[in-house]
Design a protein around this ligand. Sequence first.
Ligand code: SF4
Ligand code: SF4
Ligand code: SF4
Length: 485
Amino acid sequence: MKNDRYFVDDDGAIISETRTEKTIRDGYNLLDIALVRKLINWKGFPYTFQAIMLLVFVGLIFIGWQVYTPEGVNDKLFAKTNIVTLVIWGIWWPLMVWFAVTMGRVWCMICPLELVSNITERLSRKLGVKQKPLSKWIRSGAIIVFLYALIQLLVAGINLHRIPAYTSFFLIGLLTISAFVGFFFKDRAFCRGFCPIGMLLNAYGRGGMIAVRAGSGNTCQGCTGKDCIMACNRNKLDARSCPSLLNPIKLNSNKDCLVCRQCIKSCEPDNMQLLLRKPFDKNDAREEKASWALTIFIMLVSGFVTSELTTEWNAANKIFVALPEYITNITGLHSIAGFIEGLWIIVIYPLLLWTIFGTITILTKGAESLTDAWRRLALPLVVIISAGHLTKAIAKLNAWIGFLPNSFTNATNGNTNAATAGINVTPFLISNQFVSIIGLTLLTIALIYSLRVEKITGKQKSYPRFIPKIILYLFFSFIAFGIGL
Ligand code: SF4
Ligand code: SF4
Ligand code: SF4
């Protein structure tokens, strides 16, 4: 089996080596646990879990339907007390970010959107619709970047994340698009070209500790069935060949694998593994340059994460939004102030930040042009960006989760106006200082991994190329230090 392993020798050169039987098993195979194996081999897996999550989504859509922030009520406080906004933005989103960074794309294995597109894809086939394969530009992730940017603009512009009715529309939108895409395109098209969080999971999940990998190369070589890739298995209900069109035999990265485990079920010789490994496993393949879509996405996320981190420190946030506020004031465009701020967060600020980083990279001979630098910087920098996101996620969970018990009561007795009714909760579970310490620790660990990624993928050994990563680390650490001030 050809399954390359990449590492850097003493002179900094990248060396790839075909993995041998001895090196093939890197991590603990969770399938050795009888209960895990039983669960995965169960025919109802993952559909039952996906169906439960779909019911949760539908329930939240109904509860949030036409619920707006009452007059005179602080919209942020209202969002915390309403079960729809609380569950989606205060709990699900931060937890998904945490799971992605630590465990890879594990959310995907219970994701209801995949279930919906799977159902409509099957329905469409039954009806004889001629489904299209995804074109190259859609597969590149261009639509995903656009949809993610749109969501961030709506968050800044209309407070999508604070108003239950908008969150309800958002969920309806996701379910509707997944249904349509599944109907008209084939081969898990929604996940591969449309899911707005697909690229976030792709970028953040690369170092995750859960990974699906083939076992012995000899077994695969001698395997006559090749059920994990046979097209005739793709449309089965269970034990399918990879529905994402990946080649499980050669899998050497977490970026596209949804951990759906169909290939594990389909492998008659029982040679697929579900590994628990160290973070950022050294055997995973790493690109020297990120694709264009991924690069733009990571640039955009760097703006979003900076903005989110500054909201935890009033003084930092005032400085961060000073320019868009100034522009709003001099133009008098107060009705679209949120969108102006959104453009600053996801377009202008990232461009400025990455131009600085790119210029440093060129000056240190790490790249030939600005665009070349951006693509080389994207993957090492996203490790630090994801740690910033984790820090924000903890701060958010810490501030929101205390409202959960009362939000259930509000949802059942119809009193969604709990914010005005007075809420007796202790919203902060741990102190802001402790959140700050956790953030600084995460960022420091991320810097180490980021420099490691740089060393593995970089063109040559050149310590000055560490400078942009160190600057971003210091910048995020400075903001994390001020959490709660
Ligand atoms: S890629 Fe998106 S739609 Fe597909 S399973 Fe993952 S989160 Fe769900
Ligand atoms: S079915 Fe299993 S043994 Fe056969 S090629 Fe696929 S992973 Fe290897
Ligand atoms: S490689 Fe296996 S686990 Fe990953 S998406 Fe394909 S079938 Fe699912």
